[in-house]
Design a protein around this ligand. Sequence first.
Ligand code: NAD
Length: 476
Amino acid sequence: MHLQKEPSFRESVDLMFNRAVALMDLAPGLEEKIRVCNATYTVRFGVRLRGEIRTFTGYRSVHSEHMEPVKGGIRFATGVNQDEVEALAALMTYKCALVEAPFGGSKGGLCIDPREYEEHELELITRRFAYELAKRDMIHPAQNVPAPDMGTGEREMAWIADQYQRMNTTDINGKACVTGKPLNAGGIAGRVEATGRGVQYALREFFRHPDDVAKANLTGSLDGKRVIVQGLGNVGYHAAKFLSEEDGSIITGIIERDGGLFSDTGLDVEEVRQWIMKHGGVKGYPNGQYVEDGAVLLEEDCDILVPAALEGVINLSNADRVKAPLIIEAANGPVTAGADDILRKKGCVIIPDMYANAGGVTVSYFEWVKNLSHIRFGRMQRRQEEARHQLVVDELEKLSSSMGNTWTLDGKFKERYLRGADELELVRSGLDDTMRVAYQAMSKIWHERDDVDDLRTAAYLVSIDKVASSYRAKGL
Ligand code: NAD
């Protein structure tokens, strides 16, 4: 049955949760304990800007503390509201459980259009918001660790980390109070690209399962697949760039705030990104067809649709016109519960947000561990690894010479084999492994249970089970 009225984002997440939990056998009351949001803090603070005091409204919501610290991004956007941060915090709980990042779920947001402010003004606002949260332990290495989200990035995370450290000068683990920091301020290699990279790894893993690919009425690999991406920000840009440059996918559509671009032969992601940075939007870009109403491209023919901007963009009003056989939810909540019903019935396969965009929190987890251990990944092992590999190569070359050099080691092979892994390689390896393992857990349920006909329900089953186990272990 199609839902008549579009639910709110929060209600949408709850509806999807309820659909999954109905298939589980949870102790009475535990289901509600997991579903509800533990607390949401609303703060209104003033900042003196341009000769007047401006008041801003921000939120930090904690959905579940079955593991601590709780984790989740901070969003800067005009549409931020309590319902939205609570929905996003709930998704963080399920996401962390699914990819085994040892955190509870949280999310924050500030109602602001960051493009309206100068950098020094944004710094004042961000620091004040961070102060308000930190003094209530809502930014804290052991209790609540934010990260970037829409409208925020490395710069804001550096300000937040510095603000926390000014307020807690003797906290030796202070840097671990927030993730997504620049490398020179305690960040980790590969965090900026992590969510988009995770989308790429998720798709690669999906295409390693021919039965799953067949369920989407597709065949083959990512090579040559036509992809439409909505939102060329942090997540969408990296996902589109990697898919086109490394996997042979063709980016036929890009949708941004001011319209969409289309090209049958493929758009150059890097070139479009540079155009947006220079001109503020996609309009006027010469090497593609421009449409003012970008949302129509969500309904265009393609193999893979990647909504990577905002929630609720595929909803009751357009779901039945969406033609993509495979949707990967790079953004949080891009498909409403009602649209999900319609698409599932049409046979569309949806790789759900809580899995698809988990690359960000996965690498944030690595960053947090790096901050707590106060050492860069690979620093102790890299040269030792290289030395051991050198031993093997030397031995093989000795052998080759004793056989009259009838064979030699390929120079490229030697170079690659001899190089010890640096932090970036280790981060990518950890992320790849995480995305594969989590996909396999979902896919197994999707195949084995007759009452589960989609990946989202499978994802919820995996993660709710883990959250429930944590609560049980605590004696709840
Ligand atoms: P971002 O601010 O870097 O990028 C968002 C992009 O979407 C921008 O280019 C913006 O212009 C565009 N956009 C905004 N409104 C649009 C509209 N109506 N139509 C088309 N495009 C529009 O944000 P981001 O960090 O890439 O986040 C995008 C989504 O991914 C969000 O749902 C966020 O919660 C989710 N996410 C982000 C991360 C992360 O690490 N940054 C991690 C997990 C999930």
